[in-house]
Design a protein around this ligand. Structure first.
Ligand code: SAH
Length: 251
């Protein structure tokens, strides 16, 4: 953030961003800038589009219906995020929101809802998940926004799996090895973490997972965690052992 930039605002803009360019904001973003944040013409904010990096921009026009930004300078380049996906069975609305938000903050590269036998909430709102992923990326200062894939059934997921990627399924039945051991052993391997729904995986699903040679059962300890806690815990352990938590943030 430059000295002239008093606010701490980061805005995702779904448009190409390059130096000197003017970008017109849609009504929703213009309303946010003008009425919610009450920014003035001439003020600076940071923008990113998930493709070109992050840029400092000046507000050239502030209007509740159509504001315009001028791209001044690049503040960050695109970075390579560690290769871990989060696959989760949708749970109750607020808890699913939590899972999506935390997956973004904890650096998942892709996020995918998976429908399992005991999934109660089969109504998945892809558009809402995408909007939440963008909001979380704005807040946690990611330069890329993780892709949110449309929901897929567990059977379909397993039958179309790319075997070069390891699938770590969180297994609360006590049959998995400790997460730290498993993730350490798989450092540098393309990974995916799978978390079950409130009711857990069915016995048939556990058998199917155990029979898949690309999949491995992982334990998060002896206590039964809620699905949203398990998702955040598994991603945290993965980032600490095999991911980028040993990397210092650039100033
Ligand atoms: N069937 C359980 C609840 C499932 S918890 C019961 O009611 O007894 C929801 C999901 O969180 C599980 O499917 C699993 O993927 C994950 N999970 C919860 N606690 C876990 C643990 N200690 N180790 C590994 N995974 C866990």
């Amino acid at each position: 953030m430059s000295e002239k930039q008093k606010n701490n605002i980061r805005l995702f803009i779904d448009a190409p961003l390059s130096l000197g360019q003017d970008v017109t904001l849609d009504v929703r973003r213009s309303h946010y800038i003008c009425n919610v944040m009450r920014l003035q013409e001439g003020e600076l904010i940071n923008c990113f589009n998930g493709r070109d990096g992050e840029f400092e921009c000046r507000l050239s026009v502030v209007h509740k219906k159509e504001s315009v930004l001028t791209v001044l300078r690049q503040t960050r380049k695109m970075t390579e995020v560690p290769d871990v996906w989060l696959l989760f069975a949708p749970v109750k609305k607020d808890c699913t929101d939590f899972i999506v938000e935390k997956a973004v903050e904890l650096g998942a590269r892709k996020i995918c809802p998976v429908i399992t036998r005991h999934t109660i909430n089969k109504e998945t709102r892809l558009e809402r998940f995408c909007a939440q992923a963008i909001e979380a990326a704005e807040q946690c200062r990611r330069v890329e926004v993780p892709e949110v894939l449309p929901p897929v059934s567990l059977e379909k997921l397993l039958s179309s799996w790319d075997k070069k990627r390891r699938l770590f399924f969180m297994d609360e039945t006590g049959n998995g090895l400790p997460a730290t051991d498993v993730f350490c052993r798989n450092k540098g391997v393309a990974s995916a973490i799978l978390v079950g729904p409130e009711g857990g995986f069915s016995p048939e699903e556990l058998t199917m997972l155990r029979q898949s040679d690309f999949a491995e059962a992982v334990s998060l300890g002896t206590r039964i965690l809620r699905a949203e806690t398990a998702a955040a815990a598994a991603l945290s352990v993965w980032q600490a052992t095999a991911g980028d938590w040993n990397t210092v943030k650039e100033k």
